[in-house]
Design a protein around this ligand. Structure first.
Ligand SMILES: NC(=O)c1ccc[n+]([C@@H]2O[C@H](COP(=O)([O-])OP(=O)(O)OC[C@H]3O[C@@H](n4cnc5c(N)ncnc54)[C@H](O)[C@@H]3O)[C@@H](O)[C@H]2O)c1
Length: 356
């Protein structure tokens, strides 16, 4: 039985808990313990998910013999539990971004290498079935060499203002949103970034006491010559049609691909909510015959994939083989994405193009 722990039990930690509990019902793993520094959150989540509570992740990692741990603490607090877990030889699933510094990513990767530990990063756009189909077409050469493209990912202002006002100031639309599309494009076109040039605006959130960028626009040149722009923001009005607006287009020498990654074709309008669009392939909920809630979607599959990967490793598959045959993002992907995000901020501050 695969024994799991979760560190950080807030909004996204809850998705992880739901995913693990679902696999637990199928007899694949056991959610053993949970950790959060917020005692109220810890007590509620431990009770709800029937797991042993720990306020200190070190104590949890010392006392429980875990096979894997998921880290869903705020962005600046992934590194410490990740390195501690690696040194205890516990496999790691870390929420994006891997770390907010290049040096931090390298430290985590080195600790995992030294201990032969799986390090998986939650870039779940790779599990979106629409994106998987697009990747297949690109690999089959349908659009030829990608020349240029654009991506946009924009959240409603409630995300930085109301969801996590205490750490939004330490984040940005680049860290919170951009990293998803940096990874997706790298994965789709199989190339790393070569240079970035970015501009950012601090205005609305700053006036609300949150000192971070409202929006950032960046151009990234990739090693294979593709030039992709990324439009990132988190100030969309409260009455926008969904929590996030997102999509991308890629143009190659032989074709064009356009994907609305939010609006998958369903539009509704309710009296008190206005017009809404859905992305039901992200996280969806239904009941099975016995009344159990079943969660489906790429937001869940990316999390459960980690547990299956631990299972494969326990069955004797080599870590390198697993990495070569998986669509998941690993530590090295996390590092490449963090490089882009770090240099995007540097480019804004220095007002110049940065070579990676
Ligand atoms: N994959 C995605 O699409 C996605 C979406 C949202 C958030 N995230 C990522 O998930 C992470 C968490 O985001 P969130 O929205 O759930 O934040 P959140 O603020 O809702 O939850 C974070 C939790 O971590 C706890 N915490 C902080 N430091 C801790 C520590 N040292 N030990 C134990 N617990 C600690 C906090 O008390 C809080 O309960 C972030 O890295 C974020 O970028 C990913």
């Amino acid at each position: 039985m695969i024994k799991l722990g979760v560190i950080g039990l807030g909004k996204f930690g809850t998705n992880i808990l739901n995913s693990y509990k679902q696999l637990e019902k199928e007899g694949i793993c056991k959610l053993v313990s949970v950790c959060d520094i917020n005692e109220k959150v810890l007590e509620e989540q431990a009770r709800r998910y029937n797991a042993k509570p720990y306020k200190d992740f070190k104590e949890m990692l010392e006392k429980e013999e875990l096979d894997g741990v998921a880290i869903a603490t705020p962005d600046p607090f992934h590194k410490e539990p990740a390195i501690y877990s690696a040194n205890k030889k516990i496999h790691i699933f870390v929420e994006k971004p891997l770390d907010i510094t290049i040096e931090g990513c390298i430290e985590i990767i080195e600790a995992c290498k030294k201990n032969n530990v799986l390090l998986q990063v939650d870039f779940h756009k790779r599990f979106d079935p629409f994106h998987i189909a697009i990747k297949r077409d690109i690999e089959e050469g349908k659009i030829g060499k990608v020349e240029y493209g654009s991506c946009h990912m924009e959240d409603k202002i409630v995300v930085p203002k109301d969801w996590f006002p205490n750490w939004a100031g330490k984040s940005s639309p680049v860290w919170f949103l951009g990293v998803h599309f940096f990874d997706l494009i790298r994965w789709l076109i199989k190339s790393n970034a070569k240079s970035v040039f970015a501009k950012g605006i601090k205005n609305k959130l700053k006036s609300l006491g949150i000192d971070t960028y409202d929006s950032v626009v960046t151009i990234v040149e990739f090693e294979n010559g593709a030039i992709i722009s990324f439009e990132l923001s988190w100030i969309l009005p409260e009455n926008f049609e969904s929590i996030v607006n997102q999509g991308f287009r890629l143009v190659g020498e032989k074709g064009i691909i356009e994907c609305d990654s939010q609006d998958r074709g369903t539009r509704v309008c309710y009296e008190n909510e206005g017009v809404l669009t859905y992305n039901p392939v992200f996280i969806n909920k239904r009941m099975d015959m016995k009344g159990n809630i079943i969660y489906t979607g790429y937001g869940i599959e990316s999390i459960t994939d980690f547990v299956y990967n631990i299972k494969y490793l326990k069955e004797g598959i080599k870590l390198e083989d697993l990495k070569n045959n998986s669509i998941s993002a690993f530590g090295e992907d996390g590092l490449e994405v963090t490089k882009i995000a770090v240099y995007v901020h540097e480019s804004i501050e220095k007002e110049k193009e940065i070579k990676l």
